[in-house]
Design a protein around this ligand. Structure first.
Ligand code: FES
Ligand code: FES
Length: 154
């Protein structure tokens, strides 16, 4: 039994059982290690990826349910202004939760190119970050939005 899906713009056929968590398939079968396992309970956001552009907890989503859909992981953000903005702001300390945060930020900027602070906070609300860099993370998203408005690439 296999599942066909699109991952980061490329067709992928995976052989894991359809009930296997999408996160496990990404990491173990497709060697995409960016999304991380934190709680496994849809409580922390470390595993966040996009499915058809919407943030999804991949730890609890069975791969069979995304058959035929487009999955985007942090590996697709190479060159995206969000990455440089997070570096510029020194946003985040542990790095473990950042890949998930980046994906929710990407989904936000795709639908709201110049989000207000409240919109950013709401978009990142599902992510746990205990290192105290939340304000830097918000500033990084604002910085990326400004760079996109200046015509930087996505
Ligand atoms: S690992 Fe998926 S939400 Fe925590
Ligand atoms: S960046 Fe991981 S706890 Fe803040």
């Amino acid at each position: 039994m296999s599942t066909d899906l699109t991952v980061n713009g490329r067709a992928a056929r995976v052989t894991a059982e359809p009930t296997t968590p999408l996160l496990d398939v990404l990491r173990n079968e497709l060697d995409l290690k960016g999304a991380r396992y934190g709680c496994g309970l849809e409580q922390c956001g470390a595993c966040m990826v996009l499915v058809d552009g919407e943030p999804v907890f991949s730890c609890a989503r069975e791969v069979g349910t995304v058959a035929g859909h487009a999955v985007t992981t942090v590996e697709a953000l190479d060159g995206h202004p969000l990455r440089q903005a997070f570096l510029d702001e020194q946003a985040g300390q542990c790095g473990y939760c950042l890949t998930g945060i980046l994906m929710s930020a990407k989904a936000l900027l795709d639908r709201a190119p110049r989000p207000g602070r409240d919109e950013i906070v709401a978009a990142l609300d599902k992510h746990l970050c205990r290192c105290g860099t939340q304000y830097r993370i918000i500033r990084a998203v604002e910085r990326a939005a400004a760079r996109l408005a200046d015509g930087a690439g996505r």
